[in-house]
Design a protein around this ligand. Structure first.
Ligand code: KG4
Ligand code: ZN
Length: 339
């Protein structure tokens, strides 16, 4: 079964064709990242305009590269939530028009479920497993019970890990996205140079909090500036990255032990982080757990992961008609049918 995936939740306009949820036949991405770098973050209005300009060409190219026409496509899967609303609407409306015009089923896909599926196109991993999802907008620990059944075990109370890294990077004067820049310069820094407080979260033992850490790093920079003291960005980046990764790994370890998982999966843009990948490998080696990480090319936003998850949603009977809407927020454990 061939699924055409469409993704436009942030600044990547992407389309891909994936066979039976696992075999990537094409994966095309156009990004407006360079324009957003000028502003130090994604400008939603610019992202939406670029999606509108690029989407038909990107979809055409994805079909061509897969050697397909719409007659070969069994369903159109599209990211409908969560994300920037104006950006999501471009993909959703394009997918609705395409599905209607070609009489093809339309499958709504949750963006974060798509990130988890980036592992289905990177390896042969199958649910059930415990997944740490870390992106620009989300930090979750989720029990993936089946391809379409999710239980949230822990989540961030405030900022996402990627968001905290991006904001810290911005205050350090690094290029957007800060997470990528921090990862790069951390290799030249001493991760024990700065000590940051361990965030305390009351309630769920698996929840995260990154806003205090983010404020601590920003205060460190401002204090040094006020005193006219130089600050070593590589040391600061490495120390901050270590603190963020420690929080993620501590809760992941706790959740896996207490919920009895020995299969661990990491997903989302921050899963490209070299420190997180190394720490996750160390953790899983310690307990002899199996670890699955997405290939680097599938860590960030792409449509192959949407087509992959779309296949499993379609097989599970998840379909939408032309009344499909886009949503800026949506819990991962909610199925489209029950909205
Ligand atoms: O999944 P994603 O592409 O978009 C969302 O769904 O949010 O994630 C983007 C986030 C950004 O915060 C970016 O800084 C972060 O992923 N990121 C990284 C790395 N590559 C991307 N963070 C740390 N290290 C990286 N290598
Ligand atoms: Zn994403």
């Amino acid at each position: 079964m061939k699924i055409l995936g469409i993704e436009s939740s942030c600044d990547e306009t992407a389309a891909a064709v994936v066979e039976d949820g696992r075999k990537v036949l094409s994966n095309v991405i156009a990004t407006s990242l360079e324009e957003h770098k000028l502003y130090g973050g994604v400008v939603p209005e610019i992202a939406s305009r670029r999606h509108a300009e690029s989407i038909s060409g990107v979809v055409k190219e994805a079909l061509e590269q897969a050697n397909c026409t719409m007659a070969d496509i069994d369903a159109v899967a599209v990211t409908y939530a969560p994300g920037l609303i104006g950006a999501l609407l471009v993909g959703v409306n394009f997918a609705k028009g395409l599905a209607l015009a070609t009489d093809t089923p339309l499958v709504p896909v949750h963006h974060i479920r798509g990130h988890i599926a980036s592992n289905y196109i990177s390896s042969d991993v199958e649910p059930p497993f415990l997944c740490l999802i870390v992106s620009g907008g989300h930090s979750h620990i989720v029990a993936v019970k089946s391809y379409t059944d999710f239980e949230i075990i822990g989540k961030t109370r405030d900022d996402a890990a990627g968001e905290a890294l991006d904001k810290a990077g911005r205050t350090m004067g690094l290029e957007y996205p800060g997470g990528v820049s921090i990862d790069k310069i951390s290799s030249q820094g001493d991760e024990n140079a700065f000590k940051f407080p361990k965030p305390k979260v009351s309630g769920s033992p698996y929840d995260f909090s990154f806003s205090g850490l983010k404020t601590a790093v920003i205060n460190t920079i401002h204090n040094a500036q006020q005193k006219g003291e130089p600050i070593d960005n590589a040391d600061l980046a490495a120390s901050f990255q270590k603190s963020v990764v420690d929080c993620l790994i501590t809760n992941l370890e706790k959740a896996a032990l207490e919920k009895n998982f020995n299969k661990i999966v990491i997903a989302g843009g921050v899963s490209a982080n070299s420190k997180l990948r190394a720490q996750a490998q160390g953790l899983c080696k310690k307990y002899n757990w199996s670890l699955y990480l997405p290939e680097l090319k599938y860590c960030g936003d792409n449509a192959a992961m949407i087509a992959s998850q779309g296949y499993y949603e379609f097989v599970n009977g998840e379909m939408a008609d032309e009344s499909l809407n886009a949503y800026a927020t949506m819990p991962i454990d909610k199925n489209y049918k029950t909205i």
